[in-house]
Design a protein around this ligand. Structure first.
Ligand SMILES: *Cc1c(COP(=O)(O)O)cnc(C)c1O
Length: 403
């Protein structure tokens, strides 16, 4: 029997997940039902935030966050160059402009220095938000990033799509990604490769009740049904002042970014396993680290920042392809033939033709160096203890490093 194919990431769906979805499908509400609020409450509790707003996907979560800030055309947001497209695109959806920050070539994370340089580039423009990404699940240095952002008149919005389950201590006690202690909002994705899966799904967390209300409104067309919020009293109320039961009002432009009850059922069921999934990811990461030690200095795993306890989303190795005289494409093909899927996270966003056409060439050497060496290896909760051993062996073979 040949070994099973190992993708770089995948969902883990179990019998109780299926049962939860089947139950939701047979209930009265397929779209906005009781499981939406239940998922939001459970998620808020899981990450330690006051509010959580479920939405269609991680991209919608970012777009809602940027809309909730009231970003206006021409205003600027800072985004690290090593991230998924959506972190930058959400700014453009609102007509905002993106300044790309460099990253630490050893971690892929935005640093205080790289943020400082990006802030300098924003001089003369209105800077509204900084969007650090907890790349691979390692926490960005939020307190320092926030201090710099605030000094420049901006807020922090965390793209926490990789960070669910990560804990850290920045020196003032234990924190969790998504608790928004240093940010206005944090956004999550439940795409199948992420730590928990809905198929498509997203969440925004915040401590601010005003932002929470606005996020919920923007998620559903900008509509309100609460008579207290009506501004048009002649349409909204009867002659005697009673609110009209059919009436709803739209004060600002929103979208249909709702997450249906069916998917919230899956999200709730998956969330109940978050601790187990994260423990498994941590255990697998440990095996990778032990096995990989023999391949130093040619291959190195990105290191968790001091004081962090990441639940890694990606197992990213940095490989000295130039020094080894081989290419990443060749290695990926060799591994693929042995049933090992790998991926590159990410093509630096500032090199995308859309952004290059808009902003010209941006020189970000940290991102370029990171990009030239990174390769994401299989990591998901249903891998066995033997799987990382097999991956590292194949990697050593493929690189000509086998003992
Ligand atoms: C997955 C991801 C997104 C987008 O999430 P979707 O649910 O696919 O829309 C955004 N940012 C980062 C960093 C991601 O990993």
């Amino acid at each position: 029997m040949s070994a099973p194919y190992l993708p770089y990431g995948r969902q883990v769906i179990e019998a109780d997940d299926l049962a939860a979805v089947a139950e939701a499908l047979q209930a009265d509400f397929l779209t906005t039902g009781p499981r939406v609020a239940a998922f939001e409450h459970a998620f808020a509790r899981a990450v330690g935030a006051r509010h959580a707003i479920a939405c269609a996907n991680g991209t919608a979560a970012l777009h809602l966050a940027i809309m909730a800030l009231g970003l206006k055309p021409g205003e600027v947001c800072i985004v690290p160059a090593i991230t998924f497209l959506a972190t930058a695109n959400c700014v453009r959806y609102q007509g905002g402009e993106v300044i790309f920050a460099d990253v630490d070539p050893k971690t892929g994370l935005m640093t205080p220095e790289s943020l400082g340089r990006a802030i300098d580039k924003a001089e003369g423009k209105r800077l509204r938000a900084v969007l650090p990404v907890h790349f691979a699940g390692n926490p960005a240095p939020l307190p320092t990033l926030r201090a710099l952002a605030e000094a420049a008149g901006a807020v922090v919005v965390e793209d926490a799509c990789h960070g669910l389950g990560t804990g850290m201590d920045f020196g003032s006690g234990p924190e969790r990604i998504g608790d928004c202690r240093h940010s206005a909002m944090a956004t999550f994705s439940f795409h199948p490769v992420k730590t928990i899966a809905c198929g498509e799904g997203g969440m925004v967390t915040t401590e601010d009740p005003v932002l929470a209300e606005r996020l919920a409104r923007l998620r559903s067309h900008g509509m309100v049904r609460d008579p207290e919020c009506f501004t048009n009293t002649s349409l909204g109320r009867d002659a005697d002042g009673t609110a009209n039961p059919w009436y709803y009002e739209m004060a600002e432009l929103g979208y249909n970014y709702r997450l249906p009850d069916i998917l919230c059922a899956l999200g709730l069921s998956q969330l109940s396993k978050l601790d187990r999934f994260c423990q498994r990811r941590r255990a697998l990461a440990e095996i990778y680290r032990t096995q990989m030690a023999a391949l130093a200095p040619w291959v190195q795993l990105i290191a968790p920042p001091p004081g962090s306890d990441p639940a890694l989303h990606l197992m990213v190795a940095l490989i000295d392809f130039a020094g080894l005289g081989t290419s990443r494409a060749k290695l990926m093909q060799t591994l693929s033939r042995q049933g090992i899927g790998t991926q590159v996270h990410y093509v630096p966003v500032h090199h995308q033709p859309y952004y290059r056409d808009r902003y010209g060439h941006t020189d970000l050497p940290g991102a370029d160096q990171f990009y030239s060496q990174c390769l994401s290896l299989p990591l998901f909760a249903s891998m066995t203890d033997r799987d990382p051993v097999r991956v590292v062996r194949a990697l050593a073979d493929g690189l000509g490093l086998a003992a």
